[in-house]
Design a protein around this ligand. Structure first.
Ligand code: AMP
Length: 403
């Protein structure tokens, strides 16, 4: 029997998301989430594939090891246990792969050491990712396990885009440079966009706008990333749900010297009390639109700042690419918020960018074009699927298919 299944694990600080995929048809055999690990009110929500009934477990789940053990039990209950000979590999999302990991990588001890070495540049994410990997390795030490890095797609950026203009020795000593994140999504969406255009990825230049609670833009030339808006950490760039995106770096010194805030307090401010939430108290674009419809000025301001920044990045990446074949929206806001897509491109007709109002507001699920027929640049909505991309890259690496 050929092993055709891949388990994808996305291990966060207090949560584990997982999906089991059958790589023959990309169907989901199981999808689930363990939340609030380490608390008394932990919860596991398991959705079997093919219309099976959702199962929930509540009650304390002490740590990631117990969480993954519970996940393994749920899978086993449907005959899909981790010991199944049909399981080809486990693919792990790893947020930070630094400069070294340019490709998905089979995990061994030196790889674990390197992910650990990157903790100072990803203190929130890499430790949680490592815990998930170690737990899964303990459960199935014999099975190939693959790390798929959020940063990998961006390692093709030229030095001119990746370097910050600060003292080179200081920057290098502390590994300060633009790494970029959401790479799995940018890779998947830019490739799917080429498919939508009926062209090879090598032939097309695309601006990808990944607008979720976290948000980032990238400029992709011929299938390779040439610039992206997130930097050393996922804080730089676009206005996000709770993150500020770009600010003058001197804001930090000012808040420290004049505002009396500590570095940690400023970190929390910029990561969790900024962005849409900082501007208007809400980070859900649906709620912000509802408030705007009621005449709420703070919500309107938040929307305007969000759109202004987005438009600046579209213009910047247009200039970086020189020729743009497609601008594509993805993730929670990008896929669902027609007013955001319309406002972001309003007034850019001179660049060949236009949105057809009927196509933009039509309800649809799959990849779709929303620019008018014959437009110079295709504007599209392409749903992202990071789990499928992780599974595809993992499966290809263990010899199961091609990515
Ligand atoms: P993500 O991080 O990709 O899951 O995106 C989550 C965000 O998408 C939420 O915080 C909302 O702001 C936004 N979102 C989800 N559904 C909708 C919708 N139907 N309309 C507008 N925004 C949405």
């Amino acid at each position: 029997m050929t092993a055709t299944r891949v388990l994808v694990i996305n291990s966060g600080s207090s949560s584990v998301k997982y999906q089991l995929l059958d790589m023959r048809d990309h169907s989901r055999l199981a999808v689930g989430l363990v939340e609030r690990i380490g608390e008394r009110s932990s919860r596991l929500r398991h959705t079997p594939g093919r219309g099976g009934e959702v199962r929930e477990r509540t009650g304390p789940i002490a740590d990631h090891a117990s969480a993954l053990k519970s996940v393994a039990e749920e899978l086993a209950a449907d005959g899909l246990g981790l010991d199944s000979p049909e399981l080809a590999a486990i693919g792990h999302r790893v947020v930070h792969g630094g400069k070294r990991f340019t490709e998905p990588t089979v995990i061994d001890e030196p790889v674990l050491k390197e992910i650990e070495r990157l903790i100072p540049v990803a203190p929130l994410h890499n430790p949680a990712n490592l815990t998930g990997i170690r737990t899964a390795l303990a459960l199935r030490p014999d099975l190939p396990q693959v790390a798929v890095f959020d940063t990998a797609f961006h390692t093709t950026m030229p030095e001119a885009a990746a370097r910050y203009a600060i003292d080179v020795e200081t920057a290098d000593a502390h590994r300060v440079r633009r790494y970029g994140f959401h790479g799995t999504s940018h890779a998947y969406v830019s490739r799917e966009t080429a498919k939508l255009l009926g062209r090879a990825p090598q032939e097309v230049n695309v601006i990808v706008l990944h607008l979720g609670n976290g948000a980032s833009a990238s400029a992709v030339r011929g299938g390779r990333c040439v610039d992206t808006s997130m930097g050393l950490t996922p804080l730089e760039g676009l206005v996000m749900g709770t993150r500020s995106g770009d600010v003058d770096p001197a804001v930090v010194f000012h808040l420290k010297r004049v505002g009396g805030m500590s570095a940690d307090e400023i970190d929390v401010l910029l990561n969790t009390r900024s962005g849409l939430v900082g501007l208007c108290g809400d980070n859900d674009m649906r709620e912000i639109r509802r408030r705007i419809d009621e005449g709420d000025e703070r919500a309107q301001l938040a929307f305007d700042v969000y759109i202004h920044r987005l438009k600046k990045y579209i213009g910047a990446y247009y200039a970086v690419l020189g020729r743009v074949d497609a601008v594509v929206f993805t993730a929670g806001v990008g896929e669902n918020a027609a007013p955001v897509r319309e406002a972001a491109l309003a007034g850019l007709e001179g660049l060949g960018l236009e949105v057809d109002p009927a196509l933009n507001t039509a309800r649809a699920d799959g990849p779709r074009v929303i620019s008018p027929e014959g437009a110079r640049v295709v504007v599209a909505v392409v749903p992202t699927d990071e789990e499928l991309e992780i599974a595809t890259q993992t499966y290809a690496l263990v010899g199961g298919g091609s990515a």
